[in-house]
Write a protein that binds this ligand. Sequence first.
Ligand code: ATP
Ligand code: MG
Length: 329
Amino acid sequence: MAKPAARLAPEKLGPTITVGEILVEVMATTTGFGFKEAQSLYGPFPSGAPAIFIDQVARLGGAAGIIASVGNDDFGALNVERLQNDGVDTSAISVSTDRPTGSAFVRYRDDGSRDFIFNIIHSAAGAIELSTQAKVLIARAGHVHVMGSAFAIPGADVAIRTAIEAVHQRGGSVSFDPNVRKELLGSGNLRQQFEYMLRNADLLLPSGEELFVAAGTENEAAAITRLQDLGIDEIVLKRGKDGATYFGAAGARYDFHGFIVEEVDPTGAGDAFGATYLTSRRQGLGPEVSLERAAAAGARNVTLQGPMTGLPNIAELDAFIASTPRRTK
Ligand code: ATP
Ligand code: MG
């Protein structure tokens, strides 16, 4: 069904929901190349892009729920407890009896690039299904947020499409963070899933080259125009430490040049940013102030180790905005 005219459904329509991987993250405490020798590790931290996103929604007071799967183990419990404590509806997180919770080991190199060891699709995270509880959550949702990373999970696709169709039908809205590397797009039916999302998204949250991949052109202005022509009224481009830009209908544009912080751990910045932008908009704030709040959540999150450690509540977000210097261009 076609997208309704009203975009970004208000909070009162129902919770923001997402579908996808819940993981623990374990970090090397030193920089270097990978994991071939014994070394000290720090973790587990609760993680997974959809989980980080939905936790941030709830911390800001937005109604929130997630369709996911964890193992019957401490890694699963630590994630579910974290989400529950922050107010996320965890009723649609299934507990696998035969697969452990997913994990990601990460080590930074000196140049800032990262080596990963992922255990996702063969973990409990790979066992996501459109369960009865998932259907119940979908039936009352007001907004669906999709992380491109979730498409790597075979069962997530059906849950995502079901949620999008149901939510659009009741006048709700959809956002999409491609969150995917260019190299992955050629594989399987990822390109098709990507195109489905572009046809259905009311808000697009790309970072860096994801914009060009989405639009099929390497010129920023041309890429924005092409995506707007597809009917995406609201595009917010993430630019790392340089902040972010909002592109709206009829040429509307706001640039936020970024808060000045010391980066300790960049993982999760994009997820915190997207959740804060969306939740601020659903709470009735305009795009310009939502952009500033989102940039603040992203910047604050990189100052602390652990992908969810720096996710602010409203008071912490306001304090950060009031006290942190910003770039002027
Ligand atoms: P992720 O690695 O989580 O996928 P992303 O590429 O989706 O991240 P980024 O652009 O890295 O997203 O970060 C999102 C937002 O957070 C940025 O647009 C910016 O506003 C803020 N941010 C990120 N890193 C920094 C930083 N080092 N200093 C200040 N602000 C930052
Ligand atoms: Mg991202």
